[in-house]
Ligand binder design. Structure first.
Ligand code: F6R
Length: 262
């Protein structure tokens, strides 16, 4: 795991987008795992700009989102399909048939979850999975006590998550759906590379626990310590409770992998 500290949230978002763009240029048929939420908006803004100004080409790219609320159709403004359309899909040349999210209106939810896993496998697995971290330490919607080997499934959301996501529902946590379909921790760990982005002081404590604390299903992001190629990008505020920052800064300043991003 590498922890890359950037001076501001804007620089952290820019770096995450640059890493995704590099992966896409190297492999035009990249299978890209996507996340939603406030933290990702800047990343998608940068990707849209790179497409517009530098011709970053998504024509062959396939995408898989981490999660979708159960009970919301793709036209619902609270749905993650709607979020993705507004934040990224309509700004780049992704083919609609190459964008995948779980179907929150599926009648047979277990079958939909199995089919989602099958679709990921049929595309050859996820090359690069973008992640945020929830206030309760979740990745995707893998709430506390999610099995570290879990696969795509239905999950009930914690009060903390529904409060965190209330802004998209008029500020009312009770209007945030109580259940979602989410890739499992095991599904996420199968990705060839994971890229987690976190900013702001309110993420500092949970991020330090996830990165430097013990691996525990109470904080599903801590499972990323098991991943062979995981990069955590944070701004100074989110890094403020980490203990190993001196070493993390040394890695960015000295390791050849990071030379082009300094
Ligand atoms: C969303 C998702 C979540 C978010 C996390 C952070 O698809 O998978 O894990 O990444 O809740 O959300 P924000 O960025 O809104 O703080």
């Amino acid at each position: 795991m590498d922890v890359i500290i950037q001076p501001t949230a804007a620089r952290a978002e820019q770096l995450a987008a640059a890493i995704i763009a590099k992966a896409l240029r190297a492999k035009p048929h990249l299978v890209l795992g996507l996340a939603t939420g406030r933290t990702m908006e800047g990343v998608y803004g940068h990707l849209a700009r790179l497409h517009r100004e530098e011709g970053l080409d998504f024509a062959q790219c396939r995408t898989f989102n981490l999660d979708e609320y159960i009970g919301l159709g793709s036209g619902d403004p609270g749905s993650y399909r709607h979020y993705m359309r507004e934040q990224l899909f309509r700004h780049v040349n992704l083919l609609p048939e190459n964008t995948h999210l779980p179907d929150g209106l599926a009648v047979e939810l277990d079958a939909e979850c199995e089919a989602y896993e099958a679709r990921i496998r049929a595309c050859g697995g996820i090359d690069l999975q973008l992640l945020g971290i929830g206030r309760d330490g979740h990745i995707g919607f893998n709430e506390p006590l999610s099995a570290l080997r879990s696969r795509t499934r239905e999950k009930g959301l914690t009060r903390a998550t529904r409060e965190q996501n209330a802004a998209m529902f008029g500020g009312n946590a009770n209007k945030v759906p109580a259940r979602a379909i989410t890739m499992g921790v095991g599904t996420i760990l199968d990705s060839r590379r994971c890229l987690l982005l976190a900013d702001g002081a309110e993420k500092a404590r949970i991020l330090a626990l996830a990165v430097e604390g013990p691996i525990t299903s109470m904080i599903s992001a801590s499972a990323l310590q098991l991943h062979a190629h995981c990069t955590i990008i944070v701004d100074e505020a989110a890094a403020s409770e980490l203990e190993g920052t001196e070493y993390y800064r040394w890695i960015l300043a000295n390791e050849p992998e990071w030379a082009e991003f300094r």
